[in-house]
Ligand binder design. Structure first.
Ligand code: F6P
Length: 324
């Protein structure tokens, strides 16, 4: 392997820049010519590919977002799109690719490597923590910290006014952000995509809190919650429960931004470093992930077909016990 390109694809996540930096510098350290692809798979198709040297990734480790930019690219799902992308890689004599993103990115990488002669290593980068083969995905820790900071502020005003807040958080079909934030913010309840919620139970719990003089309540709602988002649940609860004035906050995309936490900077660095080393060992169609405190490989086939229930059972239990 002489030339390696790196790209970020799908939703951005804090820590991606730390990871890009590690990929580029590990490659250069090993005598490889490094390239960056701008705007994810879109940039492969439009030949938006630039050479990268060690200085091109200076002073980015602390930045949120991705300096390579990202996109969700529909054209790369077609054979024609992939063939164009491959032509452009050949133009630069690029023989291996590091892709950073979520399951959509991995699906594209696997199909691309099966169709064309290109070695690929994938890095789990998404705030959702919804990938098999890595205990934590890049950006998840920072996103939780961002959510906590926002909800702490909501708690101040909720408490001053004796109010009930429904706060909706991201995560797509994963309740990981919601559950950890609920524990860390002392939320009164959390509604998750992975579990059905009895709204009558929720109302009973809120009533018990009001009866024992709780001055505010916060209910965290995952955006993927099957019985509706924060507005739907608030409307339903309000019909039967009127001890507090009720408000709704959707945290939205602020959860994806911000300077990465130490955890994500270090995870991004470890995964980027490992990805290049695995390519140099001849590995392909694998994901590098964190298991325990070790970096481990998982085949893309396994990463895309296996699913793990990532909600910690003790945290689930604690949401009930600690919120009385
Ligand atoms: O996958 C990351 C994520 O932020 C999800 O939590 C959310 O559902 C989705 O991306 C939002 O995507 P977009 O930025 O394209 O609206």
């Amino acid at each position: 392997i002489k030339n390696i390109a790196v790209l970020t694809s799908g939703g951005d996540a804090p820590g991606m820049n730390a990871c890009i930096r590690a990929v580029v510098r590990t490659g250069i350290y090993n005598g490889i010519n490094m390239f960056g692809v701008l705007q994810g798979y879109q940039g492969l198709i439009t030949n938006n590919i630039i050479p990268m040297d060690a200085r091109s990734v200076s002073n980015i480790i602390h930045l949120g977002g991705t300096v390579l930019k990202t996109a969700r690219c529909l054209e790369f799902k077609t054979d024609e799109g992939m063939d164009l992308a491959y032509e452009n890689l050949k133009l630069h004599q690029i023989d291996a690719l590091v892709v950073i993103g979520g399951d959509g990115t991995f699906t594209g990488a696997r199909r691309f490597a099966q169709r064309h002669q290109i070695n690929v290593i994938a890095i789990p980068g998404t705030i959702d923590n919804d990938l098999y083969g890595s205990d934590f995905t890049l950006g998840y820790d920072t996103a939780i910290n961002t959510v906590i900071e926002a909800i702490d502020k909501i708690r101040d005003t909720a408490d001053s006014h004796d109010r009930l807040f429904f706060v909706e958080v991201m995560g797509r079909d994963s309740g990981c952000i919601a559950l950890r934030s609920a524990i860390a913010c002392g939320a009164e309840a959390v509604l998750l995509p992975e579990r059905a919620t009895s709204l009558d139970e929720l109302i009973k719990q809120l009533e018990a809190g009001a009866a024992t003089k709780k001055s505010s309540s916060i209910v965290i709602v995952s955006e993927g919650h099957k019985q509706g988002g924060a507005y739907d649940i608030a409307k339903h609860v309000k019909e039967k429960f009127n001890h507090y004035d009720t408000k709704v906050t959707i945290l939205g995309h602020l959860q994806r931004g911000g300077s990465p936490s130490s955890f994500d900077r270090i995870l991004g660095s470890r995964l980027g470093y490992a990805a290049v080393n695995e390519l140099l060992k001849g590995n392909t169609q694998q994901m590098v992930g964190l298991r325990g405190n070790d970096i481990k490989l998982t085949s893309l086939d396994e990463a895309l077909t296996e699913h793990s229930f990532k909600l910690e059972s003790d945290l689930l239990e604690m949401t009930k016990v600690l919120s009385i």
